[in-house]
Design a protein. Structure first.
Length: 284
């Protein structure tokens, strides 16, 4: 996208510029985390990827075409999957199978081909095949979330966009969903764009992080460049990952780390090495 600007209610008293001059390239097959405080424009931005919204000014090119082209936009509705917050609220079918099969059926699939498509999506989302005849209303919130995500995966999109897929879930359920998305990216080459304010998740799963601030692209880069700058993140209204905050607090207490860990595992290894070195010096 180039110089993307989106204004709601233009030329009215309610006119609001949600996005301003955003330049962002999403690379094929990458896992991009889109972060920003509430009202920064994240949800508005991702709705331009499949043409749900069109730019007020600027251009958006996705999968070889301009979203301003109506024919290409109709194609994108199939090739770009968008999972909104709390997608389980949009479940309306009587069984898990029928809900996941809704999109593929509309694409003309039936019989064995439809069944295999649904089963593949269920497996990718972590929904057991034995649950296919269950009433979604009887499932836990986390499992209903998986069913809703499976319904989008069944369309086999080339780009998968998820708006806070872990919202309202316990940490273990959120991590499991994100791990499955990472596996989908690695195994199928699917481009994944994840909106989240949990930068600890970004540290673990992202190939690149883009931060929005008041409708503008504030910064973008690898996690190691973006997430290790707590001052920059705080300027964007975001809390740094826990491990980055830990490193900052240790530095404030006079303990300087040789590197800033991004994940709990990296922090544990680093602190373990430092402790072993300290013990070795003490023994000498």
């Amino acid at each position: 996208m180039s110089k993307l600007t989106h204004v709601y209610f233009p030329r009215t008293p309610l006119e609001t510029a949600a996005l301003q001059d955003v330049d962002l390239e999403v690379r094929e097959g990458e896992f991009l985390v889109l972060a920003g405080a509430a009202g920064s424009g994240k949800s508005t931005l991702v709705q331009h990827f499949n043409g749900l919204l069109l730019p007020t000014s600027g251009r958006v090119h996705v999968l070889g075409g301009d979203t301003a082209d109506r024919r290409h936009r109709q194609e994108l509705w199939r090739r770009v999957g968008l999972v909104f917050q709390f997608p389980e609220r949009q479940i309306f079918s009587a069984t898990v199978f029928d809900d996941i099969a809704y999109g593929p059926r509309n694409m003309g699939l039936s019989g064995t081909e439809l069944q295999e498509r649904v089963w593949q999506a269920m497996a990718a989302a972590g929904v057991a095949r034995e649950m296919q005849q269950a009433d979604p209303e009887t499932l836990s919130g986390g499992m209903r979330r998986r069913v809703a995500i499976a319904g989008v995966l069944a369309m086999q999109p080339e780009i998968l966009i998820l708006d806070e897929p872990g919202a309202g879930l316990e940490p273990r359920a959120r991590r499991d969903i994100l791990q499955r998305l990472k596996e989908l990216q690695a195994g199928c080459g699917t481009t994944v764009i994840l909106i989240t304010h949990h930068l600890d998740d970004a540290a673990v799963y992202a190939d690149r992080v883009a931060v929005l601030r008041k409708g503008r692209l504030f910064c973008a880069g690898p996690p190691g460049e973006v997430l290790t700058r707590p001052g920059l993140l705080q300027d964007a209204g975001l809390e740094p990952p826990y491990t980055v905050e830990l490193a900052a607090r240790l530095a404030g207490a006079g303990v300087s780390l040789p590197e800033t860990p991004l994940t709990p595992d990296a922090a544990a290894r680093l602190l373990g090495r430092m402790l072993a070195k300290y013990r070795g010096v003490g023994a000498g």
